[in-house]
Design a protein around this ligand. Structure first.
Ligand SMILES: [Zn+2]
Ligand SMILES: [Zn+2]
Length: 429
């Protein structure tokens, strides 16, 4: 996930639900059987991370495995994406399971025998590459679930689509990528899933599963505001229009969007100005100032309102000083929205897998391009704890010290497998 903020997740009402039966023994033993391979895949991916749209080696390993399981496999979807279709022995719904594949330009600082030493070029710079967001775990977990479900193929009542998606962290400059491009290339055109599930590893206690209904991760849009004033001597401001003072007023004005203009009871919103650039020396009032920032919220309608209000606030404040503005908002990832009915229906499945470690997730102000799938078909995105017991080893995603406790892996495989099975058996419909 992009630009995430550290967040704590708290246990709420879900864990108070009635006892639900454990997974069938047959599923448990199939999962146990595949776990050594899952760990091996995860470590191999971890040691050989690849950046977005460059997941060539990774894609090859995944495609070979899905083919070996006897699936219909499509490769080079949205550059390096891999899609496997597993048709069960009986008719039933279509369920999609998604894992993202890309690593980050981060130099690994974790002391592991399989730590990444990979370096590459990124936007013209020499960088280290690391699975600092834990997507290595996502892929290994989904390959494990694919193995288990393929073993049960004859009994499956429906179809499973395995989506291995490149470039969740964003495509390289000048390229398209990720979930949006997979959908644009027709991912859901021939076989339309009835539901899509995805998980993200998160620095909460290892093996914990956290989920919530509705808006779960934020939309993430960026803006650029150029304030056009009129250059003059710093000692004679009345002879021009000072864009620095106007920009300062706009910064303050933008803060009234979340605090004064939006319904505070509906959902949190964030407006952040991340940079202001203008001027060259102390005694010159410059001609213009440029500001850039980010906009986050958890509700599609609120998102639309924020865009409108950023434009209005900047334009009118500038007009009050005789300045003009050019406001440009670039759309990033939409709100990751968990379909409430689907989430309510599938929560018992997650609870069954995580037991006492099943909690309600708090809002996360980072963004995820899983949101594009969930805007097409009902979706549910949940978090899997990978935090070590030693607090000194717990770091947020994207940190060079990000460490994933492998005790989470079997929980992840069971969760993905059980979601697919239960959904196909009609629990989610
Ligand atoms: Zn990330
Ligand atoms: Zn991520």
């Amino acid at each position: 996930m992009k630009k995430l903020l550290m967040s704590c997740l708290i246990g709420l009402s879900f864990s108070a639900q009635a006892q639900v039966p454990a997974l069938p023994d047959a599923v448990e033993s199939l999962v146990d059987g595949v776990m050594p391979q899952v760990v091996e895949w995860r470590r191999d991916f971890h040691q050989h991370p690849e950046l977005g749209n460059r997941e060539f080696r990774t894609a090859g390993i995944i495609a070979d495995h899905l083919r070996a399981l006897g699936m219909e496999v499509q490769t080079e979807v949205a550059h390096t994406g891999v899609v496997g279709i597993l048709r069960g022995g009986r008719e039933g719904p279509v369920v999609a399971l998604r894992a993202d594949m890309d690593a980050l330009p981060v130099e690994e600082q974790v002391d592991l025998p399989f730590a990444s030493r990979v370096r590459t070029q990124y936007n013209g710079q020499d960088v280290g590459v690391m699975h600092a967001c834990g997507h290595d775990n996502h892929m290994a977990i989904l390959m494990g679930a694919a193995t288990v479900l393929a073993d049960m193929r004859d009994e499956l009542q429906g179809t499973v689509m395995f989506i291995f998606q490149p470039a969740e962290e964003g495509a390289p400059e000048g390229e398209e990528g990720g979930a949006e491009l997979m959908l644009k290339e027709g991912l859901f055109d021939d076989i339309r899933p009835d539901a899509v599930f995805g998980l993200h590893v998160w620095p909460i206690p290892a093996g914990q599963i956290a989920v919530r209904e509705g808006g779960t991760m934020a939309s993430s849009d960026s803006f650029r505001i150029r304030v056009q004033g009129q250059q003059t001597h710093g000692a004679a401001p009345w002879a021009g229009i000072d864009p620095i003072v106007v920009a300062s007023q706009i910064v303050m004005g933008l803060q009234t969007i979340p605090s004064r203009q939006l319904d505070a009871t509906l959902t949190p919103s964030i407006v952040t100005v991340g940079a202001i650039n203008g001027g060259v020396r102390s005694n010159i009032i410059p001609d213009s100032v440029e500001m850039i920032g980010t906009l986050r919220t958890f509700d599609a309608e609120t998102r639309r309102q924020i865009h409108e209000r950023v434009e209005r606030t900047a334009t009118q404040i500038a007009a009050s000083a005789g300045a003009t503005v050019d406001v440009n908002i670039s759309l990033g990832y939409p709100v990751t929205y968990n379909d409430p009915e689907l989430t309510r229906n599938m929560a018992p499945t997650l609870q069954r897998v995580a037991g006492e470690r099943f909690v309600e997730a708090s809002l996360i102000t980072g963004a995820e391009d899983f949101s594009y799938y969930a805007n097409e078909v009902p979706g549910m995105f949940f978090f899997l704890g990978i935090g070590a017991d030693d607090p000194a080893m717990v770091y947020p995603n994207h940190s060079p010290f990000f460490y994933a406790d492998e005790r989470a892996l079997p929980v992840g495989v069971k969760a993905m497998t059980a979601l697919a099975l239960d959904f196909m058996n009609g629990n989610g419909l």
